[in-house]
Design a protein around this ligand. Structure first.
Ligand code: HEC
Ligand code: HEC
Ligand code: HEC
Ligand code: HEC
Ligand code: HEC
Ligand code: HEC
Ligand code: HEC
Length: 266
């Protein structure tokens, strides 16, 4: 007696479909993992909130949560949208002003031609800010909004700091240029460099420029006249020791050489 054949009788095309389906089911978790590890903010934070790099774990007070505007929206090429599965990874992640600002412009294209505070939803200190003039002279969004997502200042606001403005504006600029209603009342939440000590524009002095760039990475610049030379050398050493400070021994010497010329007399 013959046993019936147990192999199911599928036509060739049906076998084809079954094989394709099996391959898809097998590949999906792999693609899913690739997608997760190249896009998911909580995965990024497994490294970027450990103190090994500048701490990115503080959520922004003014920007929507990472589920709306994610790490890759700002750091991947074109927000990652060109690269379906691995998203930003192919272009690598970058914090360069060119990369980040081009992503800001993608979502906030209307800001490039805004001429003042008209139509702003929030501008708590009523700063007069002609975006159009700044974009016309080639400013990058990050010149003023570099703390939009990661504000390492002692009192994080995620809003442009006054100190950032004085990287370009001269110390002679009248307060009412930016504060049309007069400077805000009350104790400032961050130290404001007294006008006489605000850096001149454009800075002719490379040492001063190094101080501006390196010492405003985490907080507004402290007035150079607020400490003596001796105090500064201790403070600069302490600051350089912080994780992610990006201040080399050579930078320290350069910064101290500048501060010595303007420090408080003992
Ligand atoms: C396994 C740990 C790890 C993970 C996960 C990780 N990073 Fe990084 N990332 C680093 C390290 C370390 C650096 C510093 C590299 C350097 O200085 O060259 C860095 C640098 C960066 C920079 C700065 C590059 C520059 O231009 O200076 C950005 C932006 C960045 N990562 C974004 C991301 C994003 C977005 C994710 C999630 C999709 C992510 N990282 C996931 C370890 C990690
Ligand atoms: C709204 C845009 C935005 C989002 C969202 C964002 N970043 Fe950033 N990121 C920036 C800006 C702006 C800078 C500073 C660029 C500069 O200083 O010119 C920066 C800098 C960085 C740097 C470099 C820090 C350094 O000191 O070199 C890393 C690393 C980084 N971001 C990682 C992340 C990670 C991880 C996430 C998600 C958890 C994230 N970013 C979300 C805008 C963003
Ligand atoms: C993926 C799109 C996207 C990217 C990229 C992005 N933003 Fe936004 N941004 C938004 C959204 C959405 C809001 C919330 C708007 C609202 O509440 O109406 C917002 C809000 C803001 C606000 C607050 C507005 C307010 O009413 O106070 C500022 C400031 C801002 N973004 C600046 C930036 C800057 C600077 C960058 C680049 C570093 C950037 N954004 C990158 C989508 C984006
Ligand atoms: C010269 C400095 C400067 C530059 C450059 C700049 N901004 Fe602003 N921006 C400001 C200031 C100051 C405010 C208002 C003060 C505040 O947010 O507290 C503001 C406000 C905003 C707001 C809030 C608008 C609202 O409706 O509340 C958005 C969004 C914004 N900027 C996006 C951008 C984008 C995108 C770029 C790059 C195309 C850019 N900014 C370039 C200084 C600047
Ligand atoms: C990258 C350099 C740069 C930065 C940073 C910068 N500015 Fe300017 N700003 C300029 C230049 C250059 C002009 C002159 C543009 C013109 O007249 O066409 C200008 C013009 C202005 C004007 C118009 C002045 C007038 O008389 O019409 C205001 C107001 C202003 N800036 C406010 C700010 C504020 C507020 C900040 C900080 C949040 C800031 N700027 C940061 C370069 C800068
Ligand atoms: C080039 C533009 C500009 C000029 C000129 C300027 N400011 Fe400001 N100022 C700003 C910006 C931008 C902020 C918002 C800072 C923030 O939100 O942290 C600010 C904030 C402030 C605050 C509140 C600070 C805080 O931390 O709460 C005070 C007080 C202030 N300015 C005083 C002055 C005085 C006094 C002058 C004149 C000597 C002056 N400002 C000139 C741009 C300017
Ligand atoms: C990596 C981030 C970071 C950088 C870069 C940085 N600082 Fe600081 N700074 C901090 C922190 C955090 C504190 C608060 C420290 C504390 O409370 O002990 C601080 C506090 C200060 C203080 C007040 C402390 C005191 O004793 O009065 C001064 C002044 C100061 N920094 C100056 C500087 C100078 C100058 C530079 C450039 C050489 C610089 N910072 C660079 C993070 C930084």
């Amino acid at each position: 007696m013959k046993m019936p054949k147990r192999k199911p009788k599928f036509s060739k095309p049906v076998w084809g479909i079954i094989i394709v389906a099996v391959v898809i089911v097998a590949v999906m978790p792999i693609l899913g993992l690739a997608h997760f590890t190249t896009t998911n903010p909580s995965f990024c934070l497994t490294c970027h909130s450990t103190g090994e790099t500048a701490d990115m774990s503080q959520p922004s007070k003014v920007h929507p949560s990472y589920s709306v505007v994610s790490c890759i929206d700002c750091h991947a090429d074109n927000g990652g949208y060109k690269h379906l599965i691995t998203d930003g990874y192919r272009g690598g992640y970058s914090a360069s002003p060119e990369r980040v600002s081009s992503n800001c412009e993608r979502c906030h294209a209307n800001m490039i031609s805004k001429d003042d505070t008209q139509g702003f939803q929030h501008n708590p200190l009523n700063i007069y800010i002609p975006h159009d003039k700044h974009m016309a002279i080639g400013a990058k969004c990050t010149d003023c909004h570099r703390n939009i997502a990661h504000d390492l200042n002692i009192n994080p606001t995620n809003r442009p700091r006054m100190a950032y403005c004085f990287q370009c504006h001269s110390s002679q600029t009248s307060c009412t240029t930016c504060h049309p209603g007069g400077p805000p009342k009350g104790a400032p939440s961050t130290p404001i460099p007294p006008p006489a000590l605000m850096p001149q524009t454009p800075s002719p002095d490379a040492a001063e420029a190094t101080w501006q760039v390196k010492c405003s990475q985490c907080h507004a610049l402290y007035p150079p006249g607020s400490h003596t030379s001796q105090e500064w050398s201790g403070i600069v050493g302490q600051m350089a020791g912080f994780t992610g400070s990006n201040i080399t021994a050579e930078d320290q010497a350069t910064i101290i050489s500048y501060l010595n010329t303007v420090a408080k007399k003992p």
